[in-house]
Write a protein that binds this ligand. Structure first.
Ligand code: NAD
Ligand code: ZN
Length: 342
């Protein structure tokens, strides 16, 4: 099969012929139709310090995808050839305290698809059946392809109650864009999105932001005043990982405010803990998706009118992967898809 491979240490990716994945008795083999490019894939392509620590070449990369089942292991009874499915990219141990208690998103031993095992930027990908999600009837195939980052957005956006609340979203990358639509759908009052890139600010407006702000130019206090907010933001979804954004968000939060931290900073971040203490703020780290409550919520919200399609801005054939990666890296894009069905 053809696959996009980190062939050796150092920058770059190669489209090459690879053996098809082995299908164990509990596994499902999927023919990939569409895949999404994630920041993780950009890190692996560029070979930064994180990639050097985390990746062992040769590795087929990629973890956001949709495809059709083509083969199942002998233990698998609830998937049949032709089913439209996506994969949860965290393959958990199944045996630790949290896994046994059904809190699989807290497994400390999870292995990442396209990071610790062969990924989905390929004609075929294999996963244990417990990592495969059946899509519900009527799903848009492009939306199905990005259930992984959509799940990050939903997990973060629903971490705290947003009904009637004023929400600040830092960072309008693909995940911040989808989260904007989710908190709108979930009944937030004001949704202010902070993002330096003008292309992404205009996409955030399309996703339903009440106001977009440029963190380099606009004061959050002024925006709050203009919107008639008496106190600060009730809920913050931090989706940039930028230290200045995190500090600015904490300063702009109301007493009793809640911050869900999804964005991954590149190093340590200094925080004003006095503000956290005296405003009695709650900060929650968010990792991955809840298995499979987040997947259920995504499916339900799509059926009840949530539309995340404007967050998908570019589509490329897999052979044009270099251009696709360049587009994703430019920042002048939302979610970038690779078509593997050609
Ligand atoms: P992205 O890099 O495309 O988006 C981040 C956005 O933040 C960019 O548009 C950037 O312009 C913006 N930004 C930079 N400085 C800012 C500032 N000071 N204020 C506001 N915005 C600023 O990433 P993405 O794919 O949308 O993912 C969002 C974040 O979530 C990233 O940090 C990513 O690493 C992280 N992530 C975490 C998990 C997890 O499980 N915790 C999973 C996926 C992604
Ligand atoms: Zn576990």
């Amino acid at each position: 099969m053809l696959a996009l491979v980190k062939a050796a240490t150092g920058p770059g990716l190669e489209l090459r012929d690879m053996p098809a994945p082995e299908v164990g008795i509990n596994d499902v083999l999927i023919r990939v139709a569409k895949a999404g490019i994630c920041g993780t894939d950009l890190h692996i392509e560029a070979w930064d310090a994180w990639a050097e620590r985390s990746i062992e070449p040769p590795l087929v990369i990629g973890h956001e995808f949709v495809g059709h089942v083509v083969e199942v292991g002998s233990n698998v009874s609830d998937f049949v050839i032709g089913d439209l499915v996506s994969g949860e990219g965290h393959v958990v141990c199944g045996r630790c305290r949290h896994c046994l208690a059904g809190r699989r998103h807290l497994c400390a031993h999870s292995i990442g698809l396209g990071v610790g095992r062969a990924g989905a930027f390929a004609e075929l990908v294999a996963l244990p059946m417990t990592n495969v999600w059946h899509h519900w009837p009527g799903i848009d195939e492009e939306v199905a392809a990005i259930f992984d980052p959509f799940g990050n957005a939903v997990h973060t956006a629903l971490r705290f109650d947003v009904l009637g609340e004023d929400v600040l979203i830092c960072g309008a990358g693909p995940i911040g864009l989808m989260a904007t639509a989710v908190v709108r759908h979930a009944g937030a009052r004001h949704v202010v999105v902070s993002e330096p890139n003008p292309y992404r600010r205009s996409l955030a407006e399309r996703m339903g932001a009440t106001r977009v702000v440029d963190p380099g130019r606009d004061e959050l206090a002024v925006v709050q005043h203009e919107l008639g907010m008496v106190e600060g933001f009730d809920v913050v979804l931090e989706m940039s990982g930028h230290p200045g954004a995190i500090r600015g968000a904490i300063a702009a939060m109301a007493h009793g405010g809640k911050l869900a931290q999804l964005g991954i900073p590149s190093g340590e971040v200094n925080l004003d803990l006095d503000a956290v203490i005296f405003k009695m703020l709650t900060i929650s780290g968010i990792y991955g998706r809840e298995m499979y409550e987040t997947w259920y919520k995504m499916s339900v919200m799509l059926q009840s009118g949530l539309d995340i399609r404007p967050a998908i801005t570019h589509r490329f054939a897999f052979r044009d992967h270099a251009l696709a990666f360049e587009t994703a890296r430019s920042g002048d894009s939302g979610k970038v898809l690779l078509d593997w069905s050609l």
